[in-house]
Design a protein around this ligand. Structure first.
Ligand code: SF4
Length: 498
């Protein structure tokens, strides 16, 4: 296999797919391929697909169609399709797009390099879909997108049966990874310079049930708290059904577990929740929120909400607005219900007319934006410690704005004053918040403290810049003292994205 062949992975869908794509890139690099430079034609294009949206297949076949003439002009090019849509459509993909070389499923991403090679040598399409997991994805090589933050899978699959969700049929039953393996991976990441880890699972609160320890997730959080050099621990997504008090206690008592919770509500109506086959009710959800707020007053709680699920009445929708008002989410990822073929809800009666869904959706977004703004305004004037990120959202060259995440995951754009040293992604800065918008904060009064970190060194190393020996962390400017100030969060969306 030639060293010079290049690859590109195109990712759709949730964080689980983003994480799988890091594995796909790692596998391809291990097999001798190089990541294609921007604006070049890759020799191998991999689509890591998502089956969640109604028109996901149209989008995939549209994209494959665009690629066909490119492949005709580049005869050595190979196209592979993996992910949830591949698991669902299988051989249908090469029937509809015969120029595709490889189709692989969610359980056998490790087979990609072999399938590409077999397809190349035998000059025919290879379709291989496994029915159950071959290797836990974390045992495969990875090419992480970030030098300073990493995803760590703790489980794959889901044992729930939410009626709007295709995940259980495509990702299979939940399988938990052993705590020792997870912690070993986290430690190895920290050795490489990572300071922030997000534990990933479709339903992290169910973690441990498979090996008979219902408190395994809270123990895992506490164990992460013991890892020296690990500054920020996050997780996504918990399911309200399995959310237990020991997790709240572990969050509150473990300093490096961030004061942030992304907990999908989906609907505030107990009747709709029942139809969704989500086995908690409005009271239970609000009860968890209250306990989290009591234990961590500055925690940011975000959520996912579906509007217009079959049978949703105006009264049901009012119940959702009620929960939104009560819970005061820092952010909500809101979705208009759309049928997903293959899910029980797709054949349910009581379809809500599109214009009604649209109107409700707008009311929900308006209410949530107002609450997000009010919650963000409470932070104006406060000092926060930010983990500096690579380019995110709005920037202003004039004010030299950079971006970072607060402990609660809120996005903050901050400016440097004349003479301020420029932090690297992975470093931390202390700033004062000067302005609030619904989806971000601004800190325009300069940097009060810069902490150059091992994560910043790792970013330098990855970008071919000379690494200054900063470790152990060096404080410049005003030191930030002890545990970072705690505040609310923006989130990444969870298992329940629709
Ligand atoms: S919505 Fe989340 S909890 Fe429900 S079945 Fe899908 S992955 Fe599982």
């Amino acid at each position: 296999m030639s060293q010079s062949r290049t690859y590109q992975v195109r990712t759709y869908g949730c964080q689980m797919n983003v994480h799988d794509s890091e594995r796909l890139s790692g596998l391809l690099e291990d097999a001798g391929f190089a990541r294609a430079a921007e604006d070049t034609t890759a020799d191998i294009v991999v689509f890591n697909t998502c089956a969640v949206r109604e028109n996901a297949d149209n989008r995939l076949y549209g994209n494959l169609g665009h690629l066909r003439p490119v492949k005709d002009r580049n005869p050595g090019m190979q196209i592979a399709v993996g992910g949830c849509l591949a698991q669902k459509d299988r051989g249908e993909i090469v029937r509809r797009a015969p120029w595709v070389d490889v189709v692989f499923g969610t359980h056998n991403i490790g087979s990609l390099p072999t399938l590409l090679e077999r397809s190349r040598i035998e000059k025919e399409a290879k379709v291989e879909i496994a029915e159950s997991l071959e290797h836990f994805p974390s045992t495969l090589p990875s090419r992480r997108e970030s030098a300073y933050a990493a995803w760590v899978s703790i489980s794959v699959g889901c044992n729930n049966t939410c009626t709007f969700c295709i995940v259980p049929s495509l990702r299979g039953k939940e399988q938990d990874r052993r705590p020792g393996d997870i912690l070993a991976e986290v430690r190895a990441l920290v050795e490489e310079g990572v300071t922030e880890v997000t534990l990933l699972g479709q339903n992290v609160n169910a973690y441990g049930i498979a090996f008979g320890d219902r408190q395994a997730f809270s123990k895992l959080l506490r164990a992460c708290g013991e890892i020296e050099g690990l500054e920020r621990v996050r997780f996504t997504s918990p399911h309200p059904r399995d959310f237990t008090d020991d997790v709240i206690e572990a969050m509150a008592e473990t300093p490096n577990v961030m004061p942030q919770l992304h907990m999908p509500l989906q609907s505030g109506s107990s009747k709709v929740l029942k139809d969704m086959r989500r086995s908690y009710r409005q009271e239970r959800f609000l009860n968890i929120v209250e306990k989290v707020r009591t234990a961590m007053p500055h925690a940011a709680i975000s959520t996912d909400i579906i509007v217009g699920f079959p049978g949703e009445t105006e009264e049901d929708f009012e119940e959702t607005l009620h929960v939104v008002r009560q819970a005061r989410f820092s952010q909500a990822f809101t979705f208009q219900y759309s049928k997903r073929p293959g899910t029980p809800a797709a054949s349910m009666d009581g379809e809500v007319p599109a214009e009604v869904v649209k109107e409700r959706y707008q009311r929900l977004v308006d209410l949530q934006d107002q609450i997000s703004l009010e919650e963000n305004r409470k932070i104006v004037g406060r000092e926060v410690e930010l983990l500096v990120s690579e380019a995110e959202g709005r920037k202003s060259d004039e004010r030299r704005r950079l971006s970072g995440r607060a402990p609660d995951n809120r996005l903050v754009h901050f400016s440097l004053d004349e003479g301020d040293e420029e932090p690297r992604p992975g470093d931390t800065v202390t700033v004062e918040v000067t302005y609030a918008a619904p989806h971000h904060l601004i800190a325009d009064s300069g940097v009060r403290g810069l902490r150059r970190t091992r994560a910043g060194d790792a970013w330098d190393a990855r970008n071919g810049r000379p690494v200054q020996q900063n470790a152990p962390d060096v404080l410049l400017g005003m030191p930030s003292i002890g545990k970072p100030e705690e505040e609310p969060a923006a989130s990444v969306g969870g298992c329940c994205e629709i």
